[in-house]
Write a protein that binds this ligand. Structure first.
Ligand code: PEP
Length: 261
């Protein structure tokens, strides 16, 4: 089944509004593959609106890095799905390991946030993945299973069809240690199998699973050529236009059948 590649840049706590606009102005000129690869950039909340405006009709889409599950009210400091949508976001990252680690996000909060995103027609990119200690203790699959079960508890198959999952081994995020294509493919195939058991093969066959963790231009095409890897969530390497452009280009090449290369 054909799944369109998705490359999403997670800028984290980087880029002022001016810096964000400089970056997307360059990306608009340099990225040529938006017909074959869906491209998303996720700036901080403060730069969402201007970034989205600058990218209008460029084929590059915009996402936020988090949302709160309530629509409005006395929740100081929080930002809702409605607000990011109004600012021009079409995607939202949910349950990133940095949010789980530093801001005590749980599978339960991931569940509520993902529901809120879907209710507002945003595409959630839901992150799962094990720490180094969990991998070394042979708990990778147990951890992923629990994150999927909790994160998607009470989801219907129709809801799941609109979700993107990102497998991000925590030990590979921002460390320069990338999972080997075989390690990543093993985890992706496992996730697809679990989703197939829970929601059916139709959902599992169409749902995109991104890899995240030290993706760079040099390792992109090999990762993307794996059958169950449908794109990448890119942190550090999404902050500069040449590198991110090359990742998008190499992703498109990696996915192309060998005889066309
Ligand atoms: C991320 O933040 O989701 C990520 C994968 O970061 P990096 O590419 O820097 O490892």
């Amino acid at each position: 089944m054909e799944r369109k590649l998705l490359i999403a840049g997670n800028w984290k706590l980087n880029k002022t509004i001016r810096e964000a606009l400089e970056l997307v102005t360059l990306l608009k000129r340099s990225i040529r593959e938006t017909q074959t690869v869906e491209v998303v950039v996720c700036p901080p909340f403060t730069a969402l609106s201007e970034t989205a405006e600058t990218l209008l009709e460029s084929g590059i889409q915009v996402g936020a890095q988090d949302i709160f599950w309530e629509e409005k009210g006395a929740f100081t400091g929080e930002v809702s799905a409605t607000l990011i949508k109004e600012a021009g976001a079409a995607f939202v990252i949910i349950g990133h390991s940095e949010r789980r680690q530093y801001f005590h996000e749980t599978d339960e909060t991931v569940n509520k946030k993902t529901k809120a995103a879907l209710k507002n027609c945003l595409t959630p990119i839901v992150c799962v993945g094990e720490t180094l200690a969990e991998r070394e203790a042979d708990k990778t699959f147990l951890v992923i299973t629990a994150q999927l079960k909790g994160g998607f508890a009470n989801f219907s198959a129709d809801e799941m069809k609109k979700v993107v999952v990102a497998y991000e081994p925590v030990w590979a995020i921002g460390t320069g240690k990338v999972a080997t294509p075989a390690q990543a493919e093993e985890a992706h195939a496992f996730i697809r199998k679990e989703l197939s058991k829970a929601f059916g093969s139709d959902v599992a066959g169409t749902l995109r699973i991104l890899y995240g963790g030290s993706v760079k231009p040099e390792n992109t095409s090999e990762l993307m050529s794996q059958p169950d890897i449908d794109g990448a969530l890119v942190g550090g390497a999404s902050l500069e236009a040449p590198g991110f452009t090359e990742i998008v280009r190499n992703a498109a090449l990696g996915r192309r059948p060998i005889e066309e290369l």
